[in-house]
Design a protein around this ligand. Sequence first.
Ligand SMILES: C[S@@+](CC[C@H](N)C(=O)[O-])C[C@H]1O[C@@H](n2cnc3c(N)ncnc32)[C@H](O)[C@@H]1O
Length: 213
Amino acid sequence: MNLHWMTPNERSIALYRRHAAGYDASAARTMVLRRRVIGLLALQPGEVVLDVGAGTGLSYEPLLQAVGPAGRVLAFEQSPEMFDRAAERVARQGWANVWHVQASAEAVQLPAAPDALLFNYVHDITRTPEALANLVRQARPGARIAVCGMKFFPWWTGPLNLLAWAKNRPYNARAAELWQPWSLLEPLCSDWQRTSIHAGMGYIAWGRLKGRP
Ligand SMILES: C[S@@+](CC[C@H](N)C(=O)[O-])C[C@H]1O[C@@H](n2cnc3c(N)ncnc32)[C@H](O)[C@@H]1O
């Protein structure tokens, strides 16, 4: 089916069907950033952390190190090809305290309320109110969140944003929504802080969920 006629979820699944095989190699240079964002969650041994849109599970290992053997990593991922790789990773490593499912952010049902939620490069989820509502509803009130993603450069850089859009289009169903990609998440949080990365073409933000809507 033509990508234009699909729902955003169908489009994202189709895009990641193309990317899954080469994903880990292409993501290697951003592992430092993934670890930095995980650090912002200030995880404690024994806590439950949710990896939102976990992809191939690249964040599982640092998350497991942070919550320790008494903690738990929960995760979900809607793309079958990405999730298969995450499942292979867990089986290969024999991690017993990872719970993960192939499911969308809009529909996933968690087995426990997370103390912290990680949004590493999940632009389409951060731009979907139904997805955020489903996750916030199941999180512990006051849960810590940390997010990183791409954004447009400031408007006065003009044509540079064509580059930003072109870089995002192969991955994101909502690639045009890059002016303030955090704008749905920020009102759900207190103690919100944000900083620019990638010379202005990305951002990191963190805060605490206010509570259930
Ligand atoms: C750029 S990848 C990031 C994966 C992982 N968080 C990481 O840091 O490598 C974005 C992921 O979000 C997933 N995704 C997009 N929309 C989703 C949705 N509505 N529900 C669940 N997963 C979704 C995609 O399938 C993809 O694997």
